[in-house]
Design a protein around this ligand. Structure first.
Ligand SMILES: *[C@@H]1O[C@H](CO)[C@@H](O)[C@H](O)[C@H]1NC(C)=O
Ligand SMILES: *[C@@H]1O[C@H](CO)[C@@H](O)[C@H](O)[C@H]1NC(C)=O
Ligand SMILES: *[C@@H]1O[C@H](CO)[C@@H](O)[C@H](O)[C@H]1NC(C)=O
Ligand SMILES: *[C@@H]1O[C@H](CO)[C@@H](O)[C@H](O)[C@H]1NC(C)=O
Ligand SMILES: *[C@@H]1O[C@H](CO)[C@@H](O)[C@H](O)[C@H]1NC(C)=O
Ligand SMILES: *[C@@H]1O[C@H](CO)[C@@H](O)[C@H](O)[C@H]1NC(C)=O
Ligand SMILES: *[C@@H]1O[C@H](CO)[C@@H](O)[C@H](O)[C@H]1NC(C)=O
Length: 487
């Protein structure tokens, strides 16, 4: 009684506000609920997110369209993945991501090289080197100057730049070599980040969470726990300047400050000035420096050593979040923000006057590290997935067609026949309609081949084998034809 089963499944999906994907049993993707959309002002492109701790769905990488339709469900079971985004390596566009456990070959690149890498940064620069943060290195350290033991322990963090192809480490930097522990705002008594007494409870004094590279080869890094953005010499690793924190080399415009910040990125590099963007959390769970978190764009005058506000981006409901977050300046000037620790994304006009897009994952418990928006083109290595059903072998035929991860499909051509290997005729062309397109015909067809067609009418890929139509009563056939289409 396959269809009773499927009916129950559909009901379950609807009741958990799942994407109603009909019949792909292997996909359990959360839906992106677009709650505000200003037509003509939202930047076209795809949204890349990697939710985890979602309750009803699989943790892992997902791609959605700018209007919130699922494009790719990349989760295999539950995986903790960060930093999913298109990147350029050796002149080719790849899909980059980081994860803790690699399992099997995929049609995207996983950056796994380097020493002690962690998931706080993956920034591919210079056409093929990747900047990764390094973590979890324990160092003995005299902590008496901050009220800790003389024979204490630090968690030292830093970053490295590696060649993606050869995995050679080109540059390595460790915070404990260049930054004084007194710069930290994290009290040893606040046990969450370690009390420094033992190697197991080493003190996380720095907490690096982003690294960018300047045109001159220096590195812009963000330390959450010193509330400072540093420029690090690419020649010798010394600190060239500090922005914010206890030892700031810059004065700040009155009322301007940030704390627990994430995702510092260089936007403009002039001769005597920089423009940078960052996500100001303004809150670390204990100490609050702003009413709400915000996306910030700052101008740094390198002569006067003065920081001023170019733009602040906030949401109408004033989200305050103590972790994660990202701010991305899009090519057309709009700004795309992920509100760390929440299931919430927004897009803003350059001048910050309008929010043109807001979306949240329907699973309210899910959150991720950074959100991305970008154009991206790919045809998966798999074939289109097709499920074909009919009430009886004389009745109406319905095909449910999808192709997980395909970006270029404009529509589907259906060729159908009563025999597996002969007599196929073109039934018609059907515009793609979301992640899964439902195509119905009054007549019964026992077999079909489905062809994915791009915007210029060219054939991209066919279903890997003829798809048989199952009658709804046959459980085995129904499952088999799903598998046929998905191999
Ligand atoms: C990137 O590297 C590839 C291969 O080495 C080269 O063909 C291409 O021109 C490079 N692109 C840029 C922008 O440097
Ligand atoms: C480190 O390199 C910077 C340039 O990035 C230079 O100004 C500085 O003098 C160097 N410091 C040392 C100790 O070599
Ligand atoms: C820090 O910035 C916030 C705005 O985000 C402001 O309300 C607050 O007064 C500032 N604090 C200081 C010390 O300037
Ligand atoms: C930043 O520096 C560039 C020169 O590199 C200059 O053209 C520009 O006017 C400067 N911007 C500001 C706001 O000072
Ligand atoms: C989407 O968001 C709107 C507005 O917050 C809400 O009314 C609706 O129930 C949400 N839909 C789903 C499927 O969660
Ligand atoms: C994607 O490409 C379109 C067309 O070139 C452009 O208007 C848009 O800004 C691009 N989107 C992103 C996120 O870069
Ligand atoms: C798909 O099948 C159709 C019909 O047989 C054929 O014209 C087309 O070339 C095939 N496409 C590919 C990519 O093999």
């Amino acid at each position: 009684m396959a269809f009773i089963g499927i009916g129950q499944l559909l009901l379950f999906w609807m009741s958990t506000s799942r994407h109603v994907l009909g019949l792909r049993p292997d996909i359990c993707a959360p839906a992106l609920n677009v709650t505000h959309y200003e037509d003509g002002h939202v930047t076209p492109g795809y949204i890349f997110i990697t939710p985890y701790e979602v309750t009803a769905f699989n943790d892992g990488p997902y791609i959605y369209t700018h209007s919130g339709e699922l494009v790719w469900a990349g989760a295999v079971g539950n995986e903790l993945v960060h930093n999913l985004h298109p990147c350029h390596i050796g002149g080719h566009e790849k899909l980059c991501r980081q994860l803790y456990t690699a399992d099997g070959e995929r049609d995207y690149i996983e950056i796994v090289g380097g020493k002690e890498p962690d998931l706080h940064e993956l920034n591919v620069v210079n056409n093929g080197t990747a900047i990764l943060t390094t973590w979890l290195i324990t160092r003995p350290c005299d902590l008496s100057s901050v009220g800790g033991p003389e024979n204490g322990y630090l968690m030292s963090v830093g970053f490295q730049e590696i060649d993606v192809e050869t995995q050679t480490v080109n540059f390595m930097w460790d915070a404990a070599d260049h930054v004084q522990i007194e710069e930290s705002y994290i009290e040893l008594t606040w046990k969450r980040w370690g009390n420094g007494i033992s190697p197991e409870t080493r003190w996380d004094f720095f907490h690096i969470n982003s690294v960018d590279k300047s045109q001159s080869g220096d590195y812009l890094i963000s330390s959450r726990h010193t509330r400072t953005i540093y420029m690090i010499s690419g020649q010798n690793g010394t600190v060239l300047w500090r922005l914010g924190g206890k030892r700031s080399d810059f004065t700040f415009e009155p009322g301007l400050n940030f704390s627990s910040q994430h995702h510092a990125r260089l936007q403009v590099e002039g001769n005597d000035n920089f423009t940078i963007s960052l996500f100001d959390n303004g809150f670390d769970g204990e100490h609050q420096t702003a009413l709400s978190s915000s996306g910030l764009v700052l101008h740094l005058d390198m002569q006067a050593m003065h920081a001023s506000l170019v733009r602040r981006y906030i949401t109408p409901d004033g989200i305050l979040t103590s972790k994660e977050g990202s701010v991305q300046s899009l090519e057309n000037g709009n700004v795309f923000i992920y509100w760390g620790g929440t299931p919430f994304l927004s897009e803003h006009t350059l001048d910050g006057s309008r929010v043109v897009f807001e979306a949240r994952l329907t699973d309210p418990t899910g959150y991720w590290y950074r959100g991305w928006k970008a154009n991206f083109t790919t045809a998966p290595t798999t074939s289109p997935g097709v499920y074909a059903v009919s009430e009886s072998n004389s009745g109406r035929t319905t095909w449910f067609v999808s192709w997980n991860g395909a970006t270029e499909v404009q529509g589907w051509r259906v060729y159908a026949s009563q025999e597996e290997w002969n007599g196929y005729e073109l039934i018609g062309y059907f515009e793609k309609n979301g992640f899964e397109t439902t195509i119905g015909r009054e007549d019964f067809y026992a077999w079909a081949i489905i062809e994915a067609v791009d915007g210029t009418g060219l054939s991209i890929r066919n279903s890997s084998a003829p798809i048989s139509t199952s009658c709804q009563r046959s459980n085995r056939d129904a499952e088999q034809s799903v598998l046929d289409g998905l191999n």
